[in-house]
Design a protein around this ligand. Structure first.
Ligand code: PMP
Length: 360
């Protein structure tokens, strides 16, 4: 760090993204990307004519894409906010809806970026413990104490909080925003988008990074009451009005037009998830019952760190969080069937190696 860095941020613990190796080829199951490419419509849309338009700024309002998303989710275009990845919406929301006196509540085990935003803006964060079975206890979020952020399904557990509990949390926070981070909702969860019509404080956040195979394009969106969207725009127009580039907007429109393709991909990923879960359980693993495109797994014969390292040495990249309560686990993104077969094979090899060592 240079001597010019503001003291305010010098001690900040920034978010550590999952590894994005640029050298070696791994079976990459560590950052919850889709193993399937963008739809043919997206590939076609990003043509030379579209690239030639890069001399012009994009539409800062993104109306064309907002109208398409509005039609898909049965809301108004004024209920939609577009962002440079859903991380940006979370960033804007912490900035817009919290301050020194209005804190934030989220689970102790959830998306690792939430505490980073809180620290960045000097916001008091209360991290509520998950239950022993890693499910969310809704009670502590029903006290109208501060902004609430819940990933649903939660990450990295993959477990879902039922819709009626979300409604209860939204109803019990009349003076605070409730953010529902639905990054992984398309893999078997029940979206709460409909609830925004009932609760003006509910902000549903989704992304094109997972189910729509566009992690590299950086496109997220929020669905909420018109007032909350205006608040997010207030922050956006105070920082970076052209936050989404032309190519990404065009790709997003084509992606929404190919909904059937992505629904099919999600169904395939869910099918693969169930197959891999069953096989891992047969091998003695504990596997949380995920409704996301990843699974949290652990076994008695190996630590989380050793499983992560062992798989990496064998060319399979998964994610390990060196954090209390989940240190024994690794998170495995669901890839193609072929990728998951390699993962299962390498895991079985590690098991055999551990057995052989135990006999020595
Ligand atoms: N929320 C959760 C729960 C996530 O896991 C991620 C992905 N790391 C994000 C939000 C952000 O995704 P993106 O910025 O790519 O939309």
């Amino acid at each position: 760090m240079s001597r010019f860095m503001s003291e305010r941020f010098a001690g900040l613990h920034a978010y550590t993204p999952g590894e994005q190796p640029q050298d070696m080829q791994y079976v990459k199951l560590n950052t919850n990307e889709s193993p399937y490419p963008p739809s043919p419509e997206v590939l076609e849309r990003l043509n030379v004519a579209e690239i030639e338009k890069l001399q012009l700024y994009p539409d800062p309002e993104g109306w064309a894409l907002r109208r398409k998303l509005a039609a898909l989710y049965n809301v108004g275009a004024e209920n939609i906010f577009l962002s440079n990845g859903s991380d940006e919406i979370l960033n804007f929301a912490f900035l817009a809806f919290c301050d020194e006196t209005h804190g934030v509540l989220f689970p102790d085990i959830s998306y690792g970026f939430y505490p980073v935003y809180a620290a960045l803006y000097g916001i008091t964060a209360k991290q509520m413990p998950l239950r022993a079975d890693f499910t969310i206890d809704p009670q502590p979020y029903c006290r109208d104490e501060g902004m609430v952020v819940i990933a649903n399904p939660n990450a990295p557990t993959g477990l879902e909080l039922p819709q009626e509990e979300i409604a209860r949390i939204a109803a019990s926070n009349p003076n605070h925003v409730v953010i529902l981070d639905e990054a992984y909702i398309d893999f078997g969860g029940t979206s709460c988008v409909e609830l925004i019509k009932q609760y003006e404080n509910l902000l549903v956040v989704q992304t094109f990074s997972k189910s729509r195979s566009m992690a590299g394009a950086r496109l997220g969106f929020a669905i909420a009451s018109k007032g909350l969207i205006q608040d997010l725009n207030q922050i956006k127009y105070s920082t970076n009005p052209y936050n989404i580039n032309r190519l990404t907007l065009a790709a997003g429109e084509a992606a929404v037009d190919s909904q059937a393709y992505y629904t099919q991909n999600c169904a395939k990923i869910m099918e693969t998830r169930e197959r891999v879960t069953a096989q891992l359980r047969k091998m003695g693993f504990t596997v949380l019952a995920s409704v996301a495109n990843f699974i949290m797994i652990r076994a008695d014969w190996i630590s989380g760190a050793a499983l992560y390292r062992g798989l990496k040495e064998k060319g399979v990249l998964v994610r390990h969080f060196d954090k209390e309560r989940i240190r024994d686990y690794v998170r495995v993104t669901i890839g193609t069937d072929a990728q998951m077969d390699v993962f299962l094979e390498k895991t079985a090899e590690l098991r055999e190696e551990a057995k052989a060592r135990a006999k020595q």
